[in-house]
Structures are given as structure tokens and as C-alpha cells.
Design a protein. Structure first.
Length: 227
């Protein structure tokens, strides 16, 4: 079952208040940031937690649980509006729809909200932010294809199977995937070292108007308003 355990632990010291409150008050470090999500963050949770198809009643219960955990009012009308938005049809297995909804509520929308709150800061010298969407499923990934490009599926591209960073020594990836992995490592290291993704012109600074992101996949490119 979905217990919504991925929330910040406000201890009054290291984290004095909920991050949303701190962001709204402008109380955050003015440093460059990289923000992003995987294309199908929630599918793995839907299919692992529910090995069998989900019917409409169970779907509504889970949606209400997640909404209440996030502080939203899970009224019957609000739940029904979500069902319509995601085209949840009673006659189908609703795990795929649930996965998309969970991914949006727990990851995609949270990332967008963070960037928007940051952009609304009154700091005229606000540091840059860039956004990505990881959109590559490894060809040799043994997990069920229904999981899509799931939460954590980017890790082989970032860490590989060796400690030297040599792309040729990552046997779990195809040649084109190895090139993507090399690019991702370059971008991450460059950003960590300098606060900038370097000369990668396809990665624009984020703004809420076009909500642009860099698509990390073997064909790559620039995307807008993901979900």
C-alpha cells in the first residue's frame, strides 16, 4: 500500500520548517540547482505494490490516501476530477494510470513547484536552475516493461559498474546508451564543479513560462511542459 513515506523530516534544527514554507518565505540557499525526474517515476510503485490488476474502488481509495497525506481535501468530487483528468476507465487495469498519477503527485509536480517557488523569490541575483527529464530505458533492463522509465532506472547511467568512469566498461548498456551515460556524467560533474552545465547549449535555464527541460535519452533534445 502507498504510505507516502517520502516526506521531509522536520526536526526543528537541520530542517526547521517544511521546505514548502521555507521556499515561500524565500528562506533557501541561493545556489545553482539541477532539478529533474524520470519519465515514469510512479509505475514501479504501482506494479510492485499491486501485483494484480486494480479495480476502480481500490484506485479511488489509494488516490484519496495520497491526497490526504499531501494535505489536499480528498472529497468525492476532487477524486472524480482526478479520475477524469487521467482518463481512468473502470473496465481497464488501472495500475498504469495509478503509476502515472503517483509519479506526477510525488515527483513531477513537486519538482515543478520547487522551481516555481524558487523563481518567485525576490532575490534579483538568483542563481540559475536547469531541469531535465530522464527518458531512456536501458535495452537490457530485465525489469517488467510495464514499469517504463521508472524511479531509479537512471542509476546505471550515472554510476555504471566500475569506479573509473570508463564508458567502455559498462556492459549493461548498449553503445548509444554508453554515450548518453558519458554525457550525463559530464553534465553532473561539470555542474557540481562550477554550478553550470558548461557549454551544453541544449540545456536552457529554467523559467516557468515555457517550462523547458533537457531530455536525457539516446535521441535527446529539448522539451517543454512535461506533463
Amino acid at each position: 500500500d502507498v504510505q507516502c513515506a517520502f516526506w521531509p523530516a522536520v526536526d526543528g534544527s537541520t530542517l526547521p520548517h517544511h521546505p514548502d514554507m521555507l521556499m515561500q518565505a524565500g528562506r533557501f540557499s541561493n545556489i545553482p540547482v539541477v532539478v529533474g525526474t524520470n519519465h515514469d517515476e510512479g509505475e514501479v510503485f504501482a506494479y510492485m505494490d499491486w501485483p494484480k490488476p486494480i479495480e476502480l474502488a481500490e484506485f479511488k481509495r489509494v488516490v484519496a490516501t495520497v491526497m490526504n497525506a499531501r494535505g489536499s481535501s480528498a472529497t468525492p468530487a476532487a477524486v472524480d476530477n482526478l479520475l477524469k483528468a487521467y482518463d481512468a476507465r473502470p473496465e481497464t487495469d488501472l495500475r498504469a494510470v495509478l503509476g502515472q498519477l503517483l509519479g506526477d503527485m510525488l515527483f513531477t509536480c513537486r519538482a515543478r513547484r520547487f522551481l516555481r517557488l524558487r523563481e518567485q523569490s525576490s532575490d534579483s541575483h538568483r542563481q540559475q536552475a536547469v531541469k531535465y527529464v530522464f527518458a531512456q530505458r536501458a535495452a537490457r533492463d530485465p525489469s517488467p516493461k510495464t514499469w517504463g522509465i521508472y524511479h531509479s532506472s537512471e542509476l546505471p547511467f550515472i554510476w555504471g559498474t566500475d569506479e573509473t568512469g570508463s564508458i567502455s566498461e559498462v556492459p549493461s548498456l548498449t553503445r548509444s546508451e554508453q554515450r548518453l551515460a558519458y554525457l550525463m556524467r559530464q553534465l553532473w560533474v561539470q555542474f557540481a564543479a562550477s554550478g553550470s552545465p558548461g557549454n551544453h547549449s541544449s540545456w536552457p535555464l529554467h523559467n516557468s513560462t515555457d517550462d523547458a527541460h533537457l531530455e536525457l535519452s539516446t535521441h535527446g533534445g529539448l522539451g517543454h511542459k512535461f506533463r
